[in-house]
Design a protein around this ligand. Structure first.
Ligand SMILES: [Zn+2]
Length: 576
């Protein structure tokens, strides 16, 4: 009440002058006041309110200054002291795939026992139409290490001998299938391993045992019936409602099939999209061998066909390697610990370094931001080399290419991120809560403990970005656990008290900046969103607590009360 009285006084004194100075055309359409506004504007880090016209902030400042912009038709809102900040962005998510999975797949927890898993799968088989694929996930990367007697294909055949079953692992790179799935995909004992992948065989035979890694997994995946356009439409709507609930106003589809991009574009064209989407055009189906040069003209056609106001298609995904789990497919400078047969492999590159450099130079020249999957330190080095080639060939190039999952970085390569203006992109929610880190430690040993050097990268002025990678590895695209984990380097859901390389933790302000301005830049929208300043789009969230006034290990518990996109409320939390 005192606040309101103060305001009334301020209006009388300042009203006319401020209104004339700031809003000559009249009052604001909306005014929010009495908040703890975390602006991320260095000239005014905190404010009490802001005013909006046409979905854009026109003023940010004190209650008094905002009050001067209230006219007879202004919608005025008292924030009652709530913390407000710019909406978050996820720079690495497979959101439509995750939504299709949530809506239509057979899902189970990564720590499900074989007995629990069998029960879930039998229920899925019973309720899906006959003949249809049973598609699901996500089994833990070290599941078969813990169940060495379980023969993958035969175990699934017991669930169903007729229905094809395909289950993805928690990295999304490898699959587990039954005999019916192998038959549908035309994979027999004679099938050769594709480049960049392998059908694991039963001991002493050529008979596939039901596990298919990397490119071999893709071969089986290609036989799975694709979702219908109607299913894609539902998936986009589901993605958007999840995003808004978590306080997100934008995301980058890290490896988008054309069906995915088309579904976002259709939603945008119908006025139903309230989310910035950047779609990394998938090159998985275009690069069958490490020597294959990308057909950039074909990528250009996809870019031209599917972009819309909110759907940006100037992005491309290239996979340089696999994953540093039991599959041992991330390309490392030093070999993994010996596998069950005593072999010491180092993982393979999916693309020849010279071909990659050529592709990156050409994509950079044509204006694409490239996200390179680079899980191992060798893949990171090769990716940085390719960006260096682009900087040399296109000296005016300003695009910030990304190395995704930049986990293991050789110390000599660390300063190159800042030098090349290359983005190190992280999936911070997986430091410890998920079995995947344990799977990584099992194959890398001590090296696994120097994972994600965020503080060192920040200190070197490297640009950073972050994402969930959902539905790979993590159970949802909730960004708050990732923000907490950047600060604490431990499990944001408190199932484990361990930490991972805590010396590399960063402060809350830095973590929030990565999820807002950092990721906005990664979407090439930093001039438009990511902070609360005049001239930017009013994309903001109202929180139930002030993140700066709670212990760091409570950050993941924050609840988003409301989400606004372009000045319009797109989410309101239901009362408890
Ligand atoms: Zn991913």
């Amino acid at each position: 009440m005192r606040q309101i009285m103060g305001w009334l006084a301020a209006v009388t004194l300042l009203g006319a002058r401020v209104a004339l100075a700031v809003a000559p055309a009249g009052a604001a359409e909306q005014v929010f006041f009495n908040g703890a506004i975390y602006t991320q504007d260095p000239t005014q880090p905190w404010a009490e309110g802001f005013a909006i016209v046409g979905g854009t902030y026109v003023a940010v400042g004190s209650n008094e200054a905002m009050h001067a912009l209230i006219g007879p038709h202004t919608r005025v809102e008292d924030l009652r002291g709530a913390m407000v900040m710019s909406g978050l962005i996820d720079d690495h998510v497979h959101a439509v795939d995750g939504a299709l999975g949530e809506l239509f797949d057979c899902l189970f927890a990564a720590d499900a026992t074989p007995a629990q898993l069998a029960k879930i799968l039998r229920a899925c088989v019973a309720r899906s139409p006959s003949g249809a694929w049973i598609s699901g996930g996500y089994w833990a990367s070290d599941f078969f290490e813990h169940h060495p007697d379980l023969v993958p294909r035969r175990w699934l055949d017991e669930i169903s001998a007729e229905r094809p079953i395909i289950l993805r692992d928690d990295t999304g790179h490898n699959v587990w299938v039954n005999s019916a799935a192998l038959r549908r995909a035309g994979i027999s004992a004679d099938a050769a391993d594709p480049t960049g992948g392998r059908f694991v065989r039963e001991a002493g035979t050529r008979q596939p045992n039901g596990l298919a890694l990397e490119a071999a997994a893709e071969k089986i995946q290609a036989a799975v019936t694709v979702p219908t356009a109607a299913q894609y439409r539902r998936a986009v709507a589901h993605v958007q409602s999840l995003a808004h609930r978590f306080g997100m106003i934008g995301l980058k589809e890290a490896d988008a099939a054309t069906e995915t991009i088309r579904a976002y574009q259709a939603a945008d064209n119908h006025g139903a999209l309230h989310l910035y989407v950047a779609a990394c055009i998938s090159t998985l189906a275009m690069q069958d061998k490490p020597e294959t040069v990308l057909d950039v003209d074909r990528i250009d056609r996809i870019r031209a066909q599917y972009h819309s106001r909110l759907v940006a298609t100037d992005f491309v995904k290239i996979y340089l390697d696999g994953v540093p789990t039991a599959a041992r497919t991330a390309a490392m400078l030093e070999p993994y610990l010996p596998d069950a047969d005593g072999r010491r492999v180092s993982g393979d590159l999916h693309v020849n370094p010279d071909v990659l450099a050529r592709d990156v130079v050409e994509l950079d020249r044509r204006g694409y931001t490239i996200k390179m999957h680079a899980a191992g330190d060798r893949a990171i080095r090769v990716g940085l080399d390719a960006i260096a080639a682009a900087r040399q060939a296109n000296p005016d190039g300003r695009l910030r290419h990304e190395l995704a999952h930049a986990g293991y970085i050789a110390p000599v390569d660390l300063p190159r991120f800042a030098q090349l203006n290359a983005v190190a992109e992280f999936s911070p929610v997986i430091w410890y809560p998920s079995p995947i880190i344990d799977a990584v430690i099992e194959v890398l040993g001590e090296r696994a403990k120097s994972y994600w050097p965020m503080r060192s990268l920040l200190a070197s002025h490297a640009p950073l970005a972050a994402g969930s990678d959902w539905p790979s590895v993590v159970p949802s695209m909730d960004p708050w656990g990732g923000i907490e984990a950047m600060v604490t380097r431990s499990d944001p859901y408190h199932a484990s008290s361990r930490t991972l390389w805590p010396e590399e933790s960063i402060g809350l302000a830095d973590a929030l900046r990565i999820y807002t301005l950092g990721n906005a830049a990664a979407l090439r929208r930093e001039a438009q969103t990511g902070s609360i300043v005049s001239g930017k789009s009013a994309d903001f969230i109202v929180l139930d607590r002030n993140l700066f006034k709670i212990p760091a290990n409570q950050i993941a518990k924050v609840k988003v009360q409301r989400t606004y996109f372009e000045g319009r409320q797109v989410y309101q939390r239901a009362p408890d």
